[in-house]
Write a protein that binds this ligand. Structure first.
Ligand code: IPE
Ligand code: IPE
Ligand code: MG
Length: 250
């Protein structure tokens, strides 16, 4: 463990000398395939994914990353077998129970994104409690996209804005991208600079569609259970080498 920490600290030192992204998104994919490859149930893959997530958060805190948003459950994931969905919901609940104290001690502020109101009553309560507990923390802003879909988030933001217009709170011509953004689940969070997807697929699967408009992408074949802090730092280092033009020219 000491060795691991040293390795991470050395790599952290290297990347601190280059440009760090402010906000990293991770599509934590490949849990099921990792498990299948070992002859295990898909659920074992999800449980292993939670262990990886814990290490990634520790690294993110150590390098003082501003924000980390992870994709935990998509609006499309309800199409999976009942048993898998139930297992995942149980895992989220167990995760909060086990980790919230430590996250709080790390000064992490947790926030859940997505249609949270459609989750079970007990999970909603745990989410509310965890968010409340960490509300005033000033360290890593850790967002967990759960029952989240980028298109759904945009539709819900549109509904909120339409209501404001109907209520006479704002006029149609006051709707601009800044106002629109403020109504997304991420609120006034900074945009995603770096989007990582593990598991080998080259797609965004409805994740952070608005927020990653100018994100740099980093895809790896490594499945999420096998993803390490070292590879995470490698992605961050690679980000430091990217030439971000935002439509402009040099
Ligand atoms: C990602 O891993 C976790 C969730 C979608 C909840 P998968 O479960 O999609 O794993 P693969 O892609 O089938 O290997
Ligand atoms: C995206 O992975 C959702 C999460 C990681 C939570 P999926 O495994 O659901 O994506 P697809 O189905 O391969 O596009
Ligand atoms: Mg998948």
């Amino acid at each position: 463990m000491q060795d691991d920490n040293n390795k991470i600290n050395n790599s952290s030192f290297l990347i601190l000398n280059s440009t760090l992204p402010k906000h990293v998104g991770i599509i934590m994919d490949g849990n099921g395939r990792w498990a299948k490859g070992l002859g295990l149930l898909r659920s074992a893959g999800h449980a292993a994914g939670v262990k990886t997530l814990k290490k990634i958060i520790t690294t993110a805190v150590n390098i003082e990353l501003e924000a980390l948003t992870v994709y935990a459950f998509s609006t499309e994931n309800w199409n999976r077998p009942h048993t898998e969905v139930d297992f995942l919901m149980h895992l989220f609940s167990e995760y909060l129970e086990k980790e919230k104290r430590e996250l709080n001690e790390k000064n992490v502020r947790i926030k859940f994104l997505g249609r949270i109101n459609e989750l079970s009553e007990s999970l909603i309560k745990q989410i509310d409690d965890a968010e409340e507990m960490m509300r005033n923390n000033t360290g890593l802003r850790f967002n967990v996209a759960t029952n989240y879909g980028g298109q759904d988030e945009i539709v819900r933001a549109t509904q909120k804005i339409a209501k404001k217009v109907l209520d006479g709170e704002i006029k149609i011509d006051q709707i601009d991208s800044k106002l629109f953004e403020s109504q997304l689940d991420t609120g006034n969070e900074v945009p995603i600079d770096l989007l990582i997807r593990t598991g080998g697929d080259l797609r965004v699967s409805n994740f952070m569609l608005w927020q990653s408009a100018y994100a740099e992408f980093w895809f790896t074949n490594t499945t999420f259970p096998e993803f390490t802090p070292e590879e995470f730092l490698e992605a961050l280092k690679d980000f430091g080498k990217r030439d971000r033009r935002f439509g402009s020219i040099k």
